[in-house]
Design a protein around this ligand. Structure first.
Ligand code: NA7
Length: 549
């Protein structure tokens, strides 16, 4: 090991929502902290995803940290939802305000992390040859960070520009260009809606159509902001005690308890209110779990597409046939763009892409589409994608990829058996909900683990003349949590539809419960129980202090 290895209490990898929050809490606990990120600045996902139209669809007042009460009251934002530059500015502001930026090294990638049992430290080697010796390794690698590229034949032959949505070049000129886009998930819908008026021609090469509802994006008035400020405490309480953590009024009502007229009136209200999650969880309480209820929502949304899109051929291609069971999405006029003469949609389910050719895209029936720019809004190798790039080795030389051979798991989303003092923020099997409060909830457990290890070490320090302590999940606890995630996922209609939530967008294998679909409130209850039961499911080991660390 290099003599220049930097010893720290905690190394935080990633400076997005998770890493900033982790650093803040670890520093507050009195630990020495360094943070690294391969990006050039803070922001994580929001650093990379700067494509046109990039916007969060969580209400602005809840897409932030709950713990800076003064900031909640005073930090300015203007619209119901934050655009990507707003979020980047907010995260930069938090890093500055809490003096976290001096702890951060940018343009630095973790290449490997190895637990060294002889010194009770993580040895982390970085892309700039810096080595860290850390007592705690906090991975905040991001959920939607590792781009997923399609494997079309002939990609390299394309003479125009190919762009992945999460690697958007600052200087990409779109004005008047012939643009093709593959991918119509949340990202593709945002890009298409934003660029349709700019480009000469836009063709959506669409595989599975998606249901989308209006976002309801609008300016927030001074009065609305004053009301939000007055009620912040109760808003956060609503978040902590809800399924999605989005501050919505989540409905318990069964869809089929309403007659047809009332059902459609309620769907219409949700449509008018805006937001995909509002539509899925606010209109009725069973759309994600009951097939008949779900089909009622589908029928309503298909009717909307028929009403909005004037060309029946385009409307037919844009109407999904599957259940409404992917991450719900929303838009600022997506279906409307297909009424423009410069926008078209190609049905890849009928006529797949045969190959990319120098001039554009060739379909299976031989049709050729000439393009200047081809956009891949083809999503991410979500959740564990970024972990595949790093060699992480725990106790006894076991690698994380071996540990995750069947699929990624982590006890209560934060700890893996055999990987002492290593924690994951927004890693596998965490709650599928509004990410800032999910991250805070996971950090509650991580900080309880750190606290348990620190106090055990302090307690034995005198008798041993110095002590370290490790904490990690017990294998049985990790397996039990994983089974709970699998059972929960299987009880939803989501399980039956291919998407990044189960990794089936990337690996053409069986779905894997990459998330806990039991909701934020129930996750928090689980965490509370672990802590109340003296860190149930974790094992702490007190070690004689190493002489060479
Ligand atoms: P998504 O939601 O995974 O969407 C990816 C899109 O790309 C989706 O429409 C896919 O079609 C399409 N895709 C992927 N590979 C191909 C190939 N080979 N051929 C044709 N079409 C393809 O990613 P997003 O970036 O939109 O959103 C991810 C999350 O980021 C989002 O939910 C927000 O939380 C933020 P498919 O449906 O697989 O047929």
């Amino acid at each position: 090991m290099s003599d220049s290895a930097l010893s720290v209490d905690a190394l935080v990898v990633g400076c997005g929502f998770g890493g900033i929050n982790a650093a803040y809490r670890l520093v507050k606990r009195g630990l020495s902290v360094r943070c690294i990120d391969m990006a050039g600045n803070v922001g994580g996902t929001w650093y990379w995803n700067k494509y046109p139209g990039a916007m969060s669809d969580t209400e602005s007042y809840l897409y932030r940290y709950s713990w800076d009460k003064e900031d909640l009251q005073s930090y300015a934002w203007a619209h119901r939802y934050l655009s990507q530059p707003d979020i980047l500015a907010y995260l930069g502001h938090v890093a500055d305000k809490h003096q976290l930026r001096p702890l951060m090294d940018f343009g630095v990638e973790m290449k490997s992390a190895r637990w060294d049992d002889s010194v009770h430290r993580w040895i982390v080697v970085c892309s700039n040859d810096q080595t860290f010796k850390a007592r705690y390794l906090i991975n905040c690698l991001g959920v939607l960070s590792q781009p997923h590229y399609p494997d079309f034949q002939g990609i390299c032959s394309f003479s125009g520009s190919i762009v992945h949505s999460s690697r958007w070049p600052d200087d990409l000129a779109l004005q008047g260009k012939k643009v093709g886009i593959v991918g119509n998930g949340s990202t593709g819908v945002q890009i298409m809606t934003a660029i349709a008026p700019l480009v000469g021609e836009l063709i959506s090469f669409q595989r599975h159509p998606q249901y989308s509802v209006p976002s309801g994006q609008e300016p927030v008035s001074k009065t609305q902001r004053a009301n939000i400020n007055r009620d912040y405490e109760s808003s956060w309480n609503r978040v902590w005690n809800s399924y999605m953590g989005l501050g919505l009024n989540e409905s318990n009502r069964k869809t089929m308890d309403a007659d047809e007229a009332e059902r459609n009136a309620i769907f219409q209200q949700a449509w008018d209110a805006g937001n995909g999650f509002q539509f899925m969880f606010g209109a009725f309480g069973d759309l994600a779990i009951d097939k008949t209820a779900n089909e009622e929502a589908c029928k309503f949304l298909r009717r909307k597409i028929d009403q909005i899109v004037t060309d029946p051929h385009k409307a037919a291609i844009l109407k999904p046939k599957e259940p409404y069971a992917r991450r719900p999405i929303c838009d600022s006029g997506y279906y409307q763009i297909f009424n423009r003469s410069n926008v078209d949609v190609v049905d890849l389910l009928v006529n797949p892409i045969r190959k990319i050719i120098p001039s554009g895209v060739e379909l299976s029936d031989g049709t050729k589409h000439d393009l200047d720019i081809l956009i891949f809004a083809t999503g991410f190798d979500a959740v564990d994608g970024n972990y595949k790039r790093v060699r992480i080795t725990g106790r006894d030389g076991k690698s994380l990829s071996q540990h995750w051979a069947d699929g990624p798991t982590a006890y209560a989303a934060v700890s893996c058996a055999g990987f002492p003092n290593m924690f994951l923020v927004s890693g596998p099997q965490g709650p599928f909900a509004n990410f800032p409060p999910v991250i805070e909830s996971e950090l509650d457990l991580i900080m309880a683990c750190v606290e348990a290890a620190e106090s055990a070490a302090d307690h034995h320090s005198d008798s041993l003349g110095g002590a370290d302590c490790t904490i990690e999940a017990l294998p049985g606890a990790e397996a039990t949590w994983s089974a709970l995630c699998t059972d929960g996922a299987k009880s939803t209609l989501f399980w039956g539809v291919s998407s990044w939530i189960f990794g089936t967008n990337v690996d053409k294998k069986d779905p894997w419960a990459k998330f806990y679909l039991g909701g934020l409130a129930s996750y928090r209850e689980y965490v509370k129980k672990i802590i109340a039961n003296n860190m149930e499911g974790f094992v702490t080991t007190v070690l004689d202090v190493a002489t060479d660390n």
